[in-house]
Design a protein around this ligand. Structure first.
Ligand code: FAD
Length: 391
């Protein structure tokens, strides 16, 4: 695999770098550097700016409004985005639902929803997990019963990220209890303002409201909102999850965060010396850097396979496992280096350098990375079965 960029790719890199330098708002950059989430309005405004440039959905083909980039261009774009300090875009519509609609949607569904994902007129959330059906997703119980031109949906979802911001949900529902449990699952698009749908907040360990419970009581959903065939939901869900897991690896952002970690260790002192001179800290930072380099090459190999026309397969579980381990190792080291500076995170009375003071928030946020998109143990099961052929 040739990893040298061609002259045209280097020119593209310069173009992207310059665009971010000219267009990224300073306060958004600062929030991102401190690992803080932008507000809904900030994120929408930023995504609309990217869309005006035609760069909001790097993986989409031109026929659907994407830039039609090669895998290498997408890689360069992500490196430059992270390097500039720009937040990662909302993945629910762009990374997850968009490719599903392109592959399984009707012409009407593509025409209706794809442009609205790009214009940010729709904010999608993912309604998969239920109480008792997370890792064992196929056991989900939320039912959709046909009634005339509609399905009537009853049940509940949990851990639904940004359901309180979303106006639409893509949802897995049970349309049959016959045969294998996977065969009775269907994929529905649901408007969040449909009568009978209720969103309740869950506050996570970082003290923020990202997550929700969603309850359905006799929610009527038009049959035209079914994606694919009835009973095809499990196939669609698996297709979507491989896309989700590839992006969770987060190589570009980990590279930037490793730089921030090193700067923290260079600036913060212990026993009158920069912590970066402490052999114990140096060894651990070096280990993370080695792991990140290995991850980057694995990611490049997957990109090369995607460029050759292959859909991301079970290797995406490997990327997710290794990528989230690196994310957590970096944030753990950040907290150790920050030491007492990180303590006031619970009260908000920050003193000292902001990068150090916000270390615990980053750490708390990264804890969830080995759970969402499928837990570590579940990824290992997928690898054992699909790649090693173990039963
Ligand atoms: C921050 C965050 C955001 C999320 N956002 C969304 C969202 O937007 N939409 C959505 O649908 N879901 C979302 N989720 C839910 C997420 O997908 C589930 O939490 C995840 O699939 C694990 O399911 P669970 O929580 O039910 O845990 P469980 O499945 O109950 O697992 C509990 C423990 O048992 C282990 N375990 C389970 N089964 C096995 C097995 N077969 N072998 C070995 N170990 C096993 C797990 O690894 C875990 O350690 C989110 C979760 C988090 C933390």
């Amino acid at each position: 695999m040739n990893v040298d960029f061609s002259p045209a790719e280097l020119e593209f890199q310069q173009q992207v770098r310059q665009w971010f330098a000219d267009n990224l708002p300073a306060d958004l950059k600062r929030k991102n550097e401190l690992g803080k989430m932008p507000s809904r309005d900030e994120l929408v405004a930023w995504q609309r700016k990217l869309n005006e440039q035609g760069w909001l959905a790097p993986g989409w083909p031109e026929e659907h409004g994407g830039p039609g980039w090669t895998a290498t261009q997408r890689y360069i774009f992500d490196l430059e985005r992270a390097r500039a300090g720009a937040p990662i875009g909302l993945s629910m519509g762009i990374v997850m639902l968009g490719p599903v609609l392109m592959a399984f949607g009707t012409p009407e569904q593509k025409q209706t929803y794809l442009p609205r994902i790009l214009s940010c007129d729709d904010w999608w959330c993912q309604g998969y997990s239920e109480p008792g059906s997370g890792s064992d997703l196929a056991s989900l119980k939320t039912s959709a019963v046909p009634d005339g031109d509609s399905y009537v949906v009853n049940g509940s979802k949990i851990w639904t990220t940004y359901a309180h911001y979303a106006n639409r949900m893509f949802c897995l529902v049970r349309t049959s209890n016959e045969g294998k449990k996977q065969a009775g699952i269907s994929f529905l698009l649901i408007d969040m303002d449909t009568p009978g749908l209720e969103v309740r907040p869950i506050i996570s360990i970082d003290g923020e409201h990202h997550l929700n419970e969603v309850f359905f009581t006799d929610v009527r959903v038009p049959k035209a909102n079914l994606v694919g065939q009835e009973g095809q939901g499990w196939t669609i869900a698996k297709y979507l999850l491989t896309h989700e897991r590839t992006t969770i690896a987060g190589v570009a952002d980990s590279k930037v965060n490793l730089g921030i970690l090193k700067a923290m260790a260079a600036e913060n002192q212990s026993n009158g010396k920069p912590m970066l001179e402490d052999p114990r800290i140096r060894r651990r930072i070096a280990q993370v850097e080695i792991d990140l380099l290995a991850l980057e090459w694995t990611n490049l190999r997957t990109l090369a396979a995607t460029a050759a026309g292959k859909a991301p397969g079970p290797e995406s579980s490997n990327l997710k496992l290794a990528g989230t381990a690196v994310q957590q190792a970096i944030t753990e080291l950040m907290v150790e280096i920050a030491g007492p500076w990180a303590w006031p995170w619970q009260t908000g009375d920050y003193v000292g350098p902001p990068e150090l003071a916000h270390a615990v928030e980053r750490y708390n946020f990264a804890r969830a990375a080995t759970i969402y998109g499928g837990s570590d143990e579940v990824q290992k099961n997928v690898l054992a079965k699909m790649m090693l052929g173990l039963k």
